[in-house]
Design a protein around this ligand. Structure first.
Ligand code: CP
Length: 317
């Protein structure tokens, strides 16, 4: 079957979503990322793999972690990096996305890293660009955030190497979360046997069970004996109307406090993709605890993004 992310011989061509990527390719990305972790620990944090290539970061939506770590990753691979500031670009004068992209193609860019509030935006650009250009989805609407999903499973594998013997809980606003979708696809593809989602009914997609997850509405039941707790932000910018009584009420029921975390395994790790809202989905005593691996997620994100970009540039699977 045709897969826009792969070449006819199965090599990575674009990275648009985790869904549809074979396990072999996911493992190749994670293994390659392992080899890049040490680059960031060197005095000279550079390898020449993307020397002479131009990477364009096109972010139509705000970002701290993703945009910055893509820029760092590209620079550590020796690429030239252009950050298009959409607020000061001709987008603000009404230029269509495809016309903006056409201009960047005319400037001979080699790779586009795209974030957009509309689901499908990166797919649209990938369909449009010539064969020599690769597109990476850096988050599109509520659909997909593949490099976040990859860095999350990379982090899990670092702390809990036996992926075939894990219980992972995702907590909070699953409905609007592209991270949750990407992570569920990554975890199921990698063979994690038990994935739980814990949320009020209003923050769960219809038929979420079809993704292969177990649904809980109660933190006490859902967190029992899990190895990994992934907290998610309330995505207020994607909510239409009131979906919750109040953030205080949400924190009382679903906020991760030390008391609730005590229900998980004693060595459970706590993750959050960011941006993190303390006192809404997570208590500071948990966010700053030894069980939290929230900042290592960011650090590993650089190695994972280096792996993806180097594979796209080299045409490797
Ligand atoms: N996790 C994540 O996508 O964070 P940013 O919005 O800061 O990029």
């Amino acid at each position: 079957m045709y897969n826009p992310q792969l070449t006819s011989d199965g090599k990575l061509k674009h990275l648009l979503s985790i869904e549809g990527l074979p396990k072999k390719v996911l493992l190749q990305i994670l293994d390659k990322a392992e080899s890049f972790v040490s680059v960031s620990d060197r005095d000279v944090k550079k390898v020449p793999l993307l020397h002479g290539k131009t990477v364009c970061n096109i972010f139509f939506e705000n970002s701290t972690r993703t945009r910055t770590t893509f820029e760092i990753a590209a620079k550590r691979l020796s690429a030239d990096v252009i950050n298009l500031n959409v607020n000061t670009s001709s987008q603000s004068k009404g230029e269509a996305i495809i016309d903006t992209v056409n201009n960047l193609i005319a400037m001979q860019a080699d790779m586009f890293v795209v974030r957009h509030s509309q689901s499908g935006a990166a797919h649209l650009i990938a369909k449009h660009v010539p064969d020599n250009i690769s597109v990476i989805n850096a988050g599109d609407g509520r659909h997909s955030h593949p490099t976040q999903g990859l860095l999350d499973v990379f982090t899990i594998r670092k702390y809990k190497p036996d992926m075939h013997n894990l219980r992972v809980a995702l907590v909070g606003d699953i409905l609007h979360s592209r991270v949750a979708r990407s992570e569920i696809h990554a975890l199921t593809t990698l063979g994690v046997p038990e994935i739980r989602v814990i949320a009020p009914k209003t923050l769960l997609p219809n038929e979420v069970e079809k993704l292969g997850v177990h649904v809980y509405h109660d933190m006490k039941e859902g967190l029992k004996d899990v190895d990994v707790v992934m907290m998610l932000r309330l995505q207020n910018e994607r909510m239409s109307g009131a979906m919750l009584p109040s953030t205080q009420e949400f924190f009382k029921t679903y906020g991760l406090t030390p008391e609730k975390l005590a229900l998980a395994k004693p060595d459970a790790i706590v993750m959050h993709p960011g941006p993190m809202n303390r006192g809404v989905e997570i208590d500071s005593r948990v966010a700053d605890s030894d069980q939290a691996v929230i900042l290592p997620q960011v650090t590993y994100g650089i190695a994972v993004r280096m792996a993806v970009m180097s594979m796209l540039a080299g045409g490797e699977a």
